[in-house]
Design a protein around this ligand. Structure first.
Ligand code: NAD
Ligand code: DAU
Length: 324
């Protein structure tokens, strides 16, 4: 598993090891600004858990680690759109080159299955209707362009080399342990701290919010039962505008609209993401389980109760992202 110290990867590791005493997972993570080894503290004593501090772009490290593993689940990435607008270099290196390094090593050592964790942002932006897996890719940000590149590279290794590759494309995740630069934890922690929140543009952009546990459940279904060479959309959360989301967070924190600062829009800001999840539903019986109202309330409560987790991370952010 790559990127297992991050937001989604750590949930995946905790849930897999938590459910199976005989499972064995090696986590490879560079511990970049968004990687937190303590996210895996609850499984550190599991007999099947190994943590390796390393870079997926380092071919020697990856080559040495790969033998003995039957599945690669690839989460590691530079994941924040705003950072990719400031500078695309790390996105191309980790997301594109890192994926190629992993694919080559997995192929060389005959790994049984390669699960590539991609994103709905590879489809671009859609004003009406929802994307099926056949939709052409039209990414708009350097982040989504780098994810589209790695997504296509993974599929190309299936077509060219016959590797058993499956790709998941998921909508916006939320939940505990999300790095406080993403909109929900950023706004929640700012509001808890009495600071303002920076709402981009007119706040009319729409995202489909899915609880991180539902995303991980979908990835596990695809890992175990997805067909080789196929793409599976994972979504089915709740579509809301950023303004509606802000209203919900103000309510959950007992604060008002005077705390909202209307700031310049994100460059190239995608208007709306929306996924058709018929394929994973029909083939693998996937159904999201966490209602948005419940998941959001639990998430706000988690950030309220876990200041010690997020405060040091936020202190390390650039002022623009932290805004507090
Ligand atoms: P995150 O930023 O919280 O975690 C990324 C992890 O990858 C960190 O632990 C980091 O240390 C590690 N990492 C980064 N570069 C690395 C490198 N070169 N070598 C080894 N490890 C490295 O990200 P996240 O939100 O958990 O996203 C995980 C994956 O899911 C990404 O591939 C992302 O594109 C995808 N995804 C995210 C969302 C979302 O809403 N967050 C939705 C769909 C898909
Ligand atoms: O759709 C999946 C993607 O979701 C993942 O692939 C990405 O890794 C993940 O970061 C997320 O991308 P977004 O750009 O949608 O998430 P973010 O939390 O950065 O922003 C969500 C929306 O909120 C977006 O329309 C921009 C807006 N926003 C964001 C920030 C950080 C604001 O209005 N103000 C902010 O300060």
């Amino acid at each position: 598993m790559t990127g297992g110290a991050g937001f989604i990867g750590s949930e995946f590791v905790r849930s897999l090891l938590g459910a199976d005493a005989s499972a064995r997972i090696t986590v490879l993570d560079k511990l970049t600004y968004s990687g937190v080894e303590a996210n895996l503290a609850s499984v550190a004593d599991h007999p099947g858990y190994t943590f390796v501090h390393g870079d997926i772009c380092d071919a020697d490290t990856v080559d040495a680690l790969m033998p003995g593993h039957d599945v690669v689940v690839h989460f590691a990435a530079e994941s924040h759109v705003d950072r990719s607008i400031e500078g695309a270099g790390p996105f191309v290196l980790t997301n594109v080159v890192g994926t190629q390094v992993l694919l080559d090593a997995a192929r060389k050592h005959g790994v049984g299955r390669f699960v590539h964790v991609s994103t709905d942002e590879v489809y671009g932006s859609i004003t009406e209707g929802s994307w099926t897996e056949e939709w052409p890719l039209a990414p708009n940000s350097p982040y989504s362009a780098s994810k589209a590149s790695s997504d296509l590279l993974a599929l190309a290794y299936h077509r060219t080399h016959g590797m058993d590759v499956v790709v998941t494309r998921c909508s916006n995740n939320y939940g505990h342990h999300q790095f406080p630069e993403k909109v929900i934890p950023l706004f929640t922690t700012n509001l808890i701290d009495g600071a303002s929140v920076p709402l981009y543009g007119d706040g009319g952009n729409i995202r489909d919010w899915l609880h991180v546990s539902d995303h991980c459940r979908g990835i596990e279904l695809v890992m175990r039962g997805g067909r080789a060479g196929e793409v599976y959309n994972i979504g089915g959360g709740t579509e809301v505008t950023n303004k509606e989301l802000t209203g919900l967070l103000l309510e959950a924190t007992g604060t008002g609209w005077e705390r909202v600062e209307h700031v310049a829009d994100r460059k190239g800001h995608d208007l709306r993401y929306s996924l058709d999840i018929s394929k994973i539903r029909t083939e693998l019986g996937y159904e999201p389980q966490v209602a948005f109202a419940d998941g959001l309330a639990a998430t706000v409560a988690w950030y309220r109760d876990n200041r010690a987790w997020w405060e040091p991370l936020k202190a390390g952010l650039q002022p623009k992202a932290a805004q507090a």
